[in-house]
Design a protein around this ligand. Structure first.
Ligand SMILES: [Zn+2]
Length: 283
């Protein structure tokens, strides 16, 4: 913004110009020196404010992409994650969220066909990785996933060169028919009760194993063990982000869990589309 100097002219002038970064100019005239200076000051402070706002949103975007890169690297570093969990192809770029495993692009197509009740596919490169999902993937990883789903493999495991038919037969046998699944530990009581104990013990691997063996209906029951609250409420109350997220997926909830203890109680709020408002809350 420039104040125009009338250069000793007799006639008083209260003009000012706005010059854009592209050289465009706008010419204004105020009623007095005071008015002109007030306008110039107001416009300059607006320009400064919008520059600062621009800069801070740029910084935020940069920070977000940096922390996202760190998150994805942490996922890649989890044990076994350098190879596809199903065919062993190097540097897999897709993930199965609920299995907590990385898969190659070929196997990801077959996983998608299994349905989200068995495998929720997400791209490492193309999708967002909020903290909760990153935690699920870094806490599980391919080694743990296969210690459960591929404990006793039968037949020949696919290789990166296997045909689609060979891969599909293996993947369906593994996750749909559960032919290679690790056996349940010998334990007393129904699955829902065992699950509740595993949650209380914060035993993620046992939770994964129990979930792999159970059907949705078996888990949505309140148990006689403890205060009657289901495992999901207990996991949430204990602030167990990964287990809470896994249990929400078993229920068929699609969003990302925000686990928190607020207002003296616990609640899980769902973010990320799907229109799930707050799904739980209790005093
Ligand atoms: Zn693969």
């Amino acid at each position: 913004v420039e104040r125009s100097d009338s250069g000793g002219c007799e006639e008083e002038s209260f003009e000012f110009l706005i010059v854009s970064s592209t050289g465009q100019t706008w010419h204004f005239e105020a009623g007095s020196f005071e008015e002109r200076d007030a306008w110039v000051q107001a416009i300059e402070s607006q320009i400064l404010a919008s520059l600062q706002c621009c800069e801070s949103s740029k910084n935020k975007a940069r920070m977000d992409s940096q922390s996202e890169a760190v998150a994805i690297q942490a996922i890649r570093n989890a044990s076994g994650n350098s190879l596809c969990v199903d065919c062993g192809a190097p540097n897999p770029t897709w993930a199965s969220l609920n299995l907590g495993a990385l898969i190659c692009i070929e196997c990801s197509g077959i996983h998608r066909n299994l349905g989200t009740h068995l495998s929720r596919v997400r791209s490492l490169d193309l999708d967002d990785w909020p903290r909760e999902l990153t935690l699920v993937l870094t806490s599980i990883g391919n080694t743990t996933a296969n210690s459960i789903w591929e404990k006793s493999p039968q037949g020949r495991k696919p290789t990166p060169d296997s045909s689609r038919e060979e891969r599909e037969a293996w993947i369906r046998a593994k996750y749909e028919q559960k032919l290679f699944l690790a056996p349940l530990p010998e334990a007393e009581g129904p699955l829902a009760e065992q699950l509740l104990r595993a949650v209380r013990d914060k035993d993620l691997e046992l939770v994964l194993l129990l979930l792999a063996h159970s059907k949705k209906e078996q888990l949505n029951v309140s148990t006689g063990d403890g205060d009657g609250r289901p495992a999901l409420h207990v996991a949430c109350d204990m602030g167990l982000v990964v287990i809470t997220q896994l249990l929400l997926w078993v229920r068929g909830d699609t969003g990302v869990a925000r686990v928190g203890r607020r207002y003296g109680g616990c609640g899980v709020a769902m973010g990320g589309g799907g229109g799930c408002g707050v799904v739980m809350g209790w005093p």
